[in-house]
Ligand binder design. Structure first.
Ligand code: ATP
Ligand code: RIB
Length: 292
């Protein structure tokens, strides 16, 4: 069984659906409001566990009702929560999502996720070093991402960095990561001054740019390759990237070849967008295998 360690955010997603996205200063009437578990770290942990991996989450929640719901959701999805400790002086993280006109807009309030500090992750150093692969994103402090990347480089543990949401990164973090998975927008921010094609050539078999319904692009050392996405009726694409990253990590940890791992991840991500909520459509292992 693949051993995956996820270091990242856990949030509650407050989701409004509306036929129109309000502009600045505008008020519109919405259709529905739902509260569902989210946060990029938590989403990736849950997705990997549904795909059959042994998953440990390193994160923080508030000592509040959202925190309790987030912890219960991890447990229901068999994610190890030994290192998801509540903080008492801050609320749980929240993501304020508007689903309108076929896409989402999101404001994230990190809150307790700011307490995923270097000192906090050091408490779980053994867990991190002994994982088959470590997954990390950017809804936690940048210094933690820098710290974890050095830890993984030191122990030789493969690190998959999903650089989302977008921010510029120190070169050492890029160097220390085994796999980088920005979407097109994040890739532009990460590699300012060079084209996506140049960036792909600089990082063969390491940089994978996800392009939504088009699929995933990378450079294999000789040529640029696009592994196409699967055609589905998309209902809510929130969490597509998270499902892709988790499934990619699980497949790689199981020793699957690169292209097969991307196809597996594309399939899992395509299933995830057919249902509402970041985690609502995340498939089980059987569902992915049946649909492949
Ligand atoms: P998000 O932030 O919404 O979770 P993202 O922007 O990080 O996602 P995308 O590039 O949009 O990531 O999508 C990641 C992967 O999910 C794609 O490479 C693809 O495999 C799958 N995917 C996304 N949207 C669709 C879609 N409409 N149809 C099929 N597959 C999709
Ligand atoms: O990647 C999707 C996630 O990003 C949502 O669940 C939301 O929490 C936002 O942070």
């Amino acid at each position: 069984m693949a051993k995956i360690c996820v270091i990242g955010s856990s949030s509650m997603d407050l989701v409004v659906t509306s036929s129109k996205r309000p502009g600045a200063g505008e008020t519109v009437l919405g259709d529905s409001f739902k509260t569902v578990p989210g946060g990029k770290g938590a989403n990736q942990a849950v997705a990997a566990a549904r795909l059959g991996a042994e998953v440990a989450m390193i994160g923080r929640v508030g000592d509040d009702a959202f925190g309790t719901a987030i912890l219960n959701n991890f447990k229901a999805n068999t994610v190890n929560t030994q290192y998801v400790k509540p903080v008492t002086h801050m609320e749980s993280g929240t993501a304020h999502i508007v689903l309108a006109e076929g896409d989402n807009s999101i404001v994230v309030v990190e809150a307790a996720n700011r307490e995923v500090t270097p000192a906090y992750v050091d408490q779980a150093a053994e867990l991190i070093r002994s994982a088959d692969i470590v997954l990390i994103q950017q809804e936690i402090p940048e210094e933690t991402v820098v710290h974890v990347s050095a830890m993984c480089a030191g122990s030789g543990t493969p690190l998959l960095l999903n650089p989302a949401p977008a921010r510029k990164l120190p070169q050492e973090v890029i160097d220390n990561a085994a796999y980088l998975t920005p979407n097109e927008h994040e890739a532009e921010i990460l590699f300012q001054g060079i084209s996506p094609a140049e960036a792909l050539r600089q990082y063969p078999n390491k940089l994978f740019i996800t392009e939504g319904s088009k699929g995933v692009r990378y450079f294999d050392g000789e040529q640029e390759i696009v592994v196409p996405a699967y055609k589905v009726e998309a209902l809510d694409t929130t969490g597509a990237g998270d499902t892709f990253n988790a499934a990619f990590a699980v497949a790689l940890a199981e020793g699957k070849p690169l292209q097969e791992s991307i196809r597996f991840a594309n399939r899992a991500a395509s299933l995830s967008v057919t249902k509402f909520g970041a985690q609502g459509g995340m498939p089980t292992r059987d569902e992915v295998e049946e649909s492949l």
